[in-house]
Design a protein around this ligand. Structure first.
Ligand SMILES: C[C@](O)(CO)[C@H](O)COP(=O)(O)OP(=O)(O)OC[C@H]1O[C@@H](n2ccc(N)nc2=O)[C@H](O)[C@@H]1O
Ligand SMILES: Nc1ncnc2c1ncn2[C@@H]1O[C@H](COP(=O)(O)OP(=O)(O)OP(=O)(O)O)[C@@H](O)[C@H]1O
Length: 299
């Protein structure tokens, strides 16, 4: 018997970053939107814990116990005194080290899949606690839809969204490390007064109304200057998307994937073609959101 869970990628439509805390993390006002690019995690009983991965970026995914899917299985097994003898297979479509929470998606997916396989009876709150231990983005991967993340991004408040938003994602030639981007944010803001992060009312309103023009006017990412500082060529991709008619373009989370908001799916397809022709990125995908969080398939 095996269980498969499908988990979406995310884009941060607002990422407000506060000053570094004593524990090294940063307080955030992090507005997440789950979009229709998915990984699938399949868990099957096995002799011992094993991870395999397939997909275009599979070679960059660690298959040892540092893989977030393995860490999730170990965390749940540890809590319930279960032997974590499972094979975790990841069918990966979310770009690796792209700022789209690919690893976090696999952590949330493996947790839900193992929970279903083992029948632990864990509550949603318990699962969310384990997610928060695994990483700041992991709780959102479980929940999906749209949510405001505060604290280090793990405390979630679900948000109303009044319609579908069409996006184009441009994958970069190489990845960026999330801790390195936060360190660069610290360097660029050293000596400055970094304000408390707050969610934009205009942005929450635009989401609630499902209004792409209003959302485009309100999107922001405080990590974008840091990502551009470490990866200056991303400015060329942003310029190409803007020239192709995107309503807004921004770095997704810690990057280096760039995200472009389009008026509708037809416009997204045209922007995607123009970005492909621009030669400023490795690959281009379109997706819309919000979509549901981690979901057991066939359930
Ligand atoms: C950039 C975002 O993707 C936006 O959604 C997240 O803030 C990052 O979430 P994540 O990849 O799940 O990050 P974690 O695994 O929790 O942390 C990785 C590293 O990122 C930095 N980090 C992360 C989250 C946060 N609020 N402040 C931080 O400074 C820390 O250096 C941390 O050691
Ligand atoms: N299941 C996994 N899939 C991909 N990377 C993983 C996984 N588990 C651990 N990693 C490690 O995490 C690093 C970051 O990968 P990931 O794809 O999660 O980045 P990301 O999408 O930028 O994350 P985020 O948006 O949450 O900051 C990888 O370079 C890899 O070493």
């Amino acid at each position: 018997m095996s269980v498969t869970v499908r988990v979406p990628a995310k884009v941060n439509v607002q990422l407000a970053v506060g000053a570094a805390r004593p524990d090294g993390f940063h307080d955030l006002a992090n507005v997440f939107l789950a979009v229709g690019l998915h990984d699938e995690v399949t868990v099957t009983p096995a002799e011992e814990l094993r991870v395999t991965c397939e997909g275009p970026d599979a070679a960059q995914v660690p298959l040892d116990r540092t893989n977030l899917a393995a860490r999730a299985a170990l965390a749940l097994a540890g809590r319930y005194g279960i032997e974590p003898a499972v094979h975790l297979h990841i069918a990966k479509d979310i770009p690796v080290a792209g700022g789209m929470a690919g690893g976090s998606a696999d952590g949330a997916g493996a947790l839900l899949a193992c929970d279903a396989l083992w029948g632990t009876g864990a509550s949603r709150e318990e699962l969310l606690d384990i997610c928060a231990e695994l990483g700041s983005d992991v709780p959102f991967s479980l929940v999906g839809g749209a949510a405001l993340g505060t604290g280090r991004g793990e405390k979630l408040r679900p948000l109303d969204v009044g319609g579908d938003f069409s996006w184009v994602f441009a994958m970069a030639e190489r990845g960026l490390s999330t801790p390195a981007v936060f360190r660069e944010f610290d360097r660029l803001t050293a000596g400055l007064d970094v304000p408390e992060p707050v969610a934009s009312e205009a942005l929450l309103d635009a989401l609630a109304k499902g209004d792409p023009e209003a959302l485009a006017a309100a999107v922001s990412n405080d990590l974008q200057p840091a990502a551009l500082s470490l990866f200056p060529e991303l400015a060329d991709t942003l310029a190409a998307g803007s020239a192709a008619g995107a309503l807004a373009g921004l770095v997704s989370g810690s990057g280096p994937t760039t995200a472009f908001l389009a008026r509708d799916p037809g416009s997204a397809a045209k922007i995607a073609d123009a970005l492909r022709a621009s030669g400023t990125c490795r690959a281009v995908r379109t997706a819309s959101g919000p979509v549901p969080g981690a979901t057991v398939m066939g359930a």
